[in-house]
Structures are given as structure tokens and as C-alpha cells.
Design a protein around this ligand. Structure first.
Ligand SMILES: [Zn+2]
Length: 123
């Protein structure tokens, strides 16, 4: 069994994979955030576009996501705080052998029971 990329400690098959395979929909901002992190790990840019709030999907979004995702290697996620529609996290990655941290507070938006990533503030 493969542990999930998002470091929940659960098996990938029972954690983020069902979201990435569109078998389940995230019920909370944290679930969505974790699944988006896993999407970066497996380079699923379609999922990242689909889970972005529709009005915030820029024309270059898919390409931007792919360029960023291809230039880095994520290896750890830490969810620091999850409250209402906000999730603060640290994503650890390597870029050209440098170890880096992406620290972000993300805002999520729910409409008709569907959560989307709205925007993020890099800390
Ligand atoms: Zn997961």
C-alpha cells in the first residue's frame, strides 16, 4: 500500500486518489487543499484547473501550473491551520537540488456544495 502524498498517513487509494479520479468530491477546504497538493505531486494539472474557482481560471492557468509543477519536486506537506474557508500550509519541495518551502494561506469558496480554491496569500 502506498501512503498518500499529502502525508495524512492514510493510503493514497483511500485518501486523495478518489478525488483525483473524480470518484469523490472534497467536502472540506482541507480535503481539497490536500488533494490539490497530491495533484501537484502526480502532475495532474487538469485537476488543479478544475478545482480553481471558475472566475479565477486565467487563460494561462493550466500552463502556469504545469510549468511550476515540472520545475519542482514536492516531498512533504504540513497543514498548519484549517479554519472555516481558510487553510494555511507549508509545502516542501526541491528545485534544482535546493530545498524550499512554499508557505501559503489559501482561501476556498463553496458554491452549491462544491468547494473551489479561490486564492492564496504567500507568507
Ligand atoms: Zn491525501
Amino acid at each position: 500500500m502506498m501512503k498518500c502524498y499529502c502525508k495524512s498517513g492514510n493510503d493514497f487509494k483511500k485518501c486523495c486518489e478518489p478525488f483525483l479520479k473524480k470518484k469523490r468530491r472534497a467536502k472540506t477546504p482541507e480535503e481539497l487543499m490536500r488533494s490539490r497538493y497530491s495533484a501537484y505531486c502526480v502532475k495532474n494539472s487538469n485537476y488543479l484547473v478544475k478545482t480553481t474557482y471558475p472566475k479565477n481560471r486565467t487563460e494561462s492557468l493550466k500552463q502556469d501550473v504545469e510549468n511550476w509543477g515540472n520545475s519542482v519536486e514536492f516531498y512533504k506537506l504540513e497543514v498548519i491551520n484549517s479554519f472555516e474557508n481558510q487553510v494555511e500550509f507549508k509545502a516542501f519541495y526541491r528545485q534544482e537540488k535546493e530545498e524550499c518551502i512554499h508557505h501559503e494561506k489559501s482561501d476556498f469558496k463553496e458554491e452549491n456544495g462544491i468547494w473551489h480554491y479561490e486564492k492564496g496569500q504567500v507568507l
